[in-house]
Design a protein around this ligand. Structure first.
Ligand SMILES: Nc1ncnc2c1ncn2[C@@H]1O[C@H](COP(=O)(O)OP(=O)(O)O)[C@@H](O)[C@H]1O
Ligand SMILES: [Mg+2]
Length: 236
């Protein structure tokens, strides 16, 4: 099976700090893959390198067979890579709908209208709240809006950075239901999470990053049956 995304030998540094030390990660079409690991492991850097916000010193990013390592982020977005950054970044003083319009500003107005209808069909709650200012949303709704913004360009591959971070447990459930829905819809996902148990529930494979290296990779099923993995990442 040819991978949809293939990151090969990525090496990234911020000045003297080496964040990635030769990372290989792949995602097949329709596959949902998790990247887990503690704070500072390099997870966000990996996503930023794939979307083009950070340039690697070495290595390459190949998407649908094309080397995109030298392309700027907007070209990668146009090719079908979506990105949901960490921290539920939405414009607080814009309405829900205005947030979606801004995310799709480069689209033809008619297409944009259809895409907004499409994300409302995925997230009916956002339709109900379409005229509300984003700062009045609950944490879960804000995360939904952030994900919806990532879907406006109808990406083939969606990168998500810790979508459950800082949310109450009941809201975390809701966010993972949303992610499961995207998997059912056929999106290819690369999901960065610290909530390892939930991440495994919605993904077929998992990578563990530690100090800029992939130190473990397995199918989610294998990982769940691996006492060493369970001990280290699922609290035994
Ligand atoms: N903009 C930056 N400038 C300098 N160092 C950074 C920057 N972003 C991340 N780092 C460092 O790179 C390493 C990896 O960070 P990051 O990719 O954010 O990890 P994670 O998302 O797994 O917490 C850490 O040591 C972090 O301090
Ligand atoms: Mg991070």
């Amino acid at each position: 099976m040819r991978a949809m995304l293939e990151a090969r030998g990525l090496r990234v540094s911020y000045g003297k700090i080496v964040a990635l030390r030769g990372v290989d990660v792949s995602v097949a079409k329709g596959e949902s893959v998790s990247v887990v690991g503690r704070n500072g492991a390099g997870k966000t850097t990996l996503l930023k390198t794939i979307i083009g916000l950070v340039k690697p010193l070495e290595g390459s990013v190949v998407f649908e067979g094309r080397d995109i390592t030298g392309l700027p982020p907007w070209d990668r977005a146009r090719m079908g890579i979506g990105y949901v950054p960490e921290g539920r970044r939405v414009f607080p003083y814009l309405t829900v709908e205005e947030n979606l319009v801004v995310a799709g500003y480069s689209l033809d107005p008619q297409v944009l209208k259809e895409r907004i209808e499409y994300v409302y069909s995925l997230f009916p709650r956002l339709r109900e709240r379409r005229s509300q200012l984003a700062f009045t949303l609950s944490g879960g709704e804000a995360q939904m809006l952030s994900i919806a913004r990532g879907l406006i360009m109808r990406p083939k591959l969606l990168l998500m950075d810790e979508p459950s971070q800082g949310l109450a447990p009941i809201i975390v459930e809701e966010v993972f239901k949303t992610i499961a829905r995207l998997v059912e819809e056929g999106y290819s996902l690369l999901l960065v999470e610290q909530n390892v148990a939930k991440a495994l529930e919605v993904s077929q494979r998992v990578y563990v990053l530690d100090q800029g290296r992939v130190v473990y990779q397995a199918s989610s099923q294998e990982a769940l049956g691996d006492p060493v993995f369970k001990d280290a990442y699922l609290g035994g």
